[in-house]
Design a protein around this ligand. Sequence first.
Ligand code: GLA
Length: 637
Amino acid sequence: MPKLNPSALYYGGDYNPEQWSRHVWQEDIRLMKQAKVNLVSLGIFSWTNIEVAEGVYQFDWLDDIINLLHENDIKVDLATATASPPAWLTKAHPEMLPIDANGVVRSHGGRQNYCTSSPIYRERAAALVAKLAERYGNHPAVEMWHVNNEFGCHNPLCFCDTTAAAWQGWLQNKYGNLEALNEAWATNFWSQRYHNWNEIIPPRRTPDGTFPNPSMVLDFHRFSSDELLDIYKLERDTIRKYDSVHPITTNFMSMRGSIFVDYWKWAKEVDFVSTDIYLIAADPNRDIEFAYACDLTRGFADGQPWLLMEHSTSAVNWQEHNLPKEQGEMLANSIGSVARGSEGAMYFQWRQSKGGSEKFHSAMVPHAGENTRVYRQVTELGDQLDQLRDLVSTSTEQAKIAIIHDYESLWAMRQYNVPTTQLDYTEISQDWYRALYNMGVRVDFVSAKADRATFKKYDLVLAPTQYLMTDELEANLIDYVKNGGSLVASYFTGISNETDLIRLGGYGGKLVKDFIGVRVEEFAPLPKGSVTTLSNGYQAKLWAEISQANGAEVLATFGEGVAAGSVAIARRNYEKPVWYVASQLTDESLKEFFGSVTKELGIEAEGGNGIEVLRRGKFRFEIGHKPGSHSHQVSIG
Ligand code: GLA
């Protein structure tokens, strides 16, 4: 498998020369060189400029710009241009447009306007990719391939009849026979038993007050992620027929809002992991969100270097209130990503568009030109990344703590028919991460499907709301603790099996009920916005439950309401201790709790309270965040 092999940290951004005259191209080259840009992502949305009618390709402009970049030592991350099908294609084949759960066709006019199961989309995309790979696979400017763009950003789920047929095929493949599916989905409920595969439709909108079968919804998420992955594989394998040398990637979205693609599974299919990271400008904790996304991406990459394929130099254009980045923030983000394992810092986009939906999105060259705050920072960053070139291909230090991250639990929990719709898997995981970040404790992320050897690398594993518990994960976690590991599991862990059927006999399954020793009988979620005080003085929100100790030592109980007296925090000592936390502790209490846990386990902290201290290769990074200003320092040692 070809690997990323940079000679310096990558620096650049999405480049859309088709939006500009050739005179501007010359200016672009001058400014790129001035800023030490060494890589651009080319052609991401260029389908209509390359294939002007079915089978009629126009490569002259692309040849010219690739050659111009090459003459100036700027490498190309060549896109497959499949992210935005042209109007001639959707006009000829309106059946390829996606249809939402309400049966509404999502029209041409934005981007990603295709049903992910559409045979015509796949056929035309593969034909385009073949042409590109055949023509440019051996071009010396090409450094890597950029398949499609942010798969599933706008069209993650489609509910049309074409999708229904693909869905039925996926289910047949998974379950083999209908009896197995009926059993796995508990279809004797509400007369949902299926007698023929073709009766199973996607989880379209149902009568008000009723919701589709949750096991079906969970499988539909798995299926939809796989459908997108099939497109990725189709494009990748098409490139490989012509080019066996250059690494192939697609830009993930490791951010909070992106929840439709199982990147743990996808990461196995890319030659290297790359991601985009955009922040919510109004979020005062966005530095933590950024660090979380970097660390999660490093997890997808199995600890190996990865690439920040896009972030923004300043404001975006898709939030309600699009604030510019604060003083020093852009550099702190970019350098921070490198410290957390990125092989460079890339942006959307090189030159700010003068028209189109993203004309108010920041870029490396703003509307106001080179004499600007942003472009000055861009050149400053180019110099700094150049000085860090020795970092290339080095790994970051492994953390002592691993947080389990699991899209399947996220999908299973994010439904209507749950004890409270206030539970947000990502938010809970980010709460825990934030407490550790503020303490200056680094963490890695691992998949719920990680093997025993992976868990064993860590002193402490955290399982925040691991709702969906496979027998394999349960056995792996118990084995990990029996072999000297330490674990913190939260409420709503071990509740259902792989197809979202409840594990009976007391919630929490073997892990919580028997191994940690807390037997949960009923859930008692707390009203929105309320905070409850536990018997040890900690404060908690969102969740309470009615339970008894079943072998665990009780450290705190709930103090009020129907759960008063039930277990709020418990521990059990094996070679090392394990803890169970039955509510969502507030930020302060989480810090106290994790403070005592890390102290007991001897896990050290460095920095914290707005200072990130990170090490990679021979460099030490100190990145600071205060309201209104951000700073960074890099030193040796
Ligand atoms: C995503 C896309 C880019 C652009 C940016 C805007 O990352 O990949 O094409 O739309 O969002 O923030």
